[in-house]
Ligand binder design. Structure first.
Ligand code: SF4
Length: 476
């Protein structure tokens, strides 16, 4: 089944999108007819009696032909017969943002990304949103299930409920170029660190994102940190990753966010645990980012849990997603944005942009599809000040692309901090000029947060006098 496919071109965001080959479609059709033909036999003998021998037969056949892992929720019909269970995070909706430049997996650099492979075999097309894996079916025969129930499909999303907009949503709706910034909640079991960081940057930003165990390192919870920010009248964006919690915990936290007054949630898949401080931890990934977005929307707009159980009072939040325009396969990235918006994303933050010309191409495709009108696109911006760190990130952090000429510029600079600041100001100015970019998301090292005011003023985003504007400051 494996055949060598052409490499996808770099910095090409327009997918060939030819779809699955005719021969694969024919195989899928033939298998479907075969499964339907099983129905009278299953009816006669009984599904329960046939489960064991059919599961054995399925395991042998599909294992040999498709490297099947018997997830019990087979979606080979939409993945061009390439098994998605090979994804080391178990994702069901396309590649995460950590695919390495060589197309290998973020979790294990020796393993090719399963979703890049699916995308290539599927003729440059990501499948439509797929339902989350139902773990109770692992190891069971999907042939028997399919004969009776058909292939699993994601349930339709409820219509969007009109709700009063929070402060960040209003800022974006006003059309002003917004600034958000990310802070890490730290390892102190108190509020001092988080509030000190917020105080430093609040005069310059519209909202503050709090990371959720960034880089798979344990820290004060994003939820607790956001609640502290809200209590002190800052606008917080709660980051939620799928790495550490299953769908029960994630839904409970989404309700908790509204109960604590948090108005914005950002749904992410999350990094693998291998690079964190607890590499032996169990990676959960019960949902992926797209399923989490759909879940957030189901709770808010449908007023029910994923199980269908009604909520007493639904949550209210502004829903965000992330995307990495630079991770391969690049042409799948805009499709991912589209799937995320379809699943409920109202704003979208990108990985740090160092390669502005490549990002311009990404945005051109976003505009061509009108996605910038359906969600606010906010470009990530880093502050490179240490040549050594930048070289290391470029080499070792999957998904971050830093052009070589920028690294060399920093390495040969007599004052790398000033050079990094100039680069960042230049990047912000260029990003602001791109049609469809609604703002910038600043990702600075905690020790460089004090430079934010100078950078945003020199980039022309704020005046010094803005820093005393009441709208940007905590109210008490
Ligand atoms: S890079 Fe991400 S999407 Fe691809 S196989 Fe690894 S975890 Fe899965």
């Amino acid at each position: 089944m494996l055949k060598v496919l052409p490499e996808e071109p770099i910095d090409c965001y327009q997918s060939p999108a030819t779809g699955m080959s005719k021969s694969r479609r024919l195989i899928i059709h033939a298998v479907h007819i075969g499964i339907q033909a099983l129905r009278p036999i299953v009816n006669f003998v009984g599904a329960k009696r046939l489960e064991k021998p059919m599961a054995w037969l399925e395991r042998q056949t599909k294992g040999l032909l498709f490297d099947c892992r018997m997830c019990g929720n087979c979606i080979l019909n939409v993945t061009a017969l390439r098994c998605p269970a090979r994804c080391l995070k178990g994702l069901r909706n396309g590649p995460c943002g950590g695919v390495r430049p060589d197309g290998n997996c973020e979790v294990d650099s020796a393993v090719p990304c399963a979703w890049r492979d699916i995308w290539l075999h599927n003729g440059g097309l990501l499948p439509d949103r797929q339902p989350a894996q139902e773990h109770q079916f692992i190891g069971r025969s999907t042939w028997i299930a399919e004969a009776f129930e058909g292939m699993p499909t994601a349930s339709a999303l409820p219509p969007v409920r009109e709700l009063p907009a929070g402060r960040f949503e209003r800022d974006l709706a006003s059309g002003d170029f917004v600034i958000t910034a990310e802070i890490a909640p730290g390892t102190a079991a108190n509020a001092s660190g988080i509030l000190a960081q917020a105080k430093l940057i609040a005069p310059w930003v519209n909202a503050i994102n709090v990371t959720d165990g960034a880089g798979a390192h344990a820290a004060l919870s994003s939820m607790a940190a956001c609640a502290l920010l809200v209590r002190n009248s800052y606008t917080a964006v709660l980051q939620m990753t799928c790495r550490d919690r299953n769908r029960i915990a994630l839904q409970s936290d989404l309700l908790g966010a509204t109960a604590l007054g948090i108005e914005n949630v950002l749904c992410l898949t999350g990094d693998g645990v291998g690079n964190g401080d607890h590499p032996g931890a169990k990676p959960v990934f019960d949902l992926d980012a797209i399923s989490l977005l759909a879940t957030a929307r189901t709770l808010r707009d449908g007023g029910t849990f994923l199980s269908g159980r009604a909520l007493t009072a639904p949550p209210q939040y502004f829903i965000g997603a992330v995307e990495n325009p630079f991770a391969p396969p690049q042409a799948a990235r805009v499709q991912r944005v589209q799937r995320k918006i379809d699943a409920g994303a109202q704003f979208l933050m990108t990985q740090m942009v160092y390669d502005v010309p490549a990002f311009e191409l990404f945005m051109a495709e976003i505009r061509r599809l009108g996605l910038h009108r359906r969600a606010h696109i906010i470009a990530g911006v880093g502050l490179p000040t240490s040549p050594k760190a930048v070289r290391w990130i470029s080499k070792h952090v999957p998904g971050v692309r830093i052009p070589e000429h920028l690294i060399v510029q920093l390495e040969t600079s007599a004052d790398p901090v000033s050079t990094g600041i100039s680069m960042t100001i230049n990047t912000i100015r260029r990003l602001r000029a791109i049609e469809g970019v609604a703002g910038v998301h600043l990702l600075f090292h905690p020790q460089r947060l004090n430079l934010m005011g100078d950078i945003v003023t020199q980039a022309g985003l704020r005046n010094r006098s803005d820093s005393s504007a009441e709208a940007l400051l905590p109210l008490n």
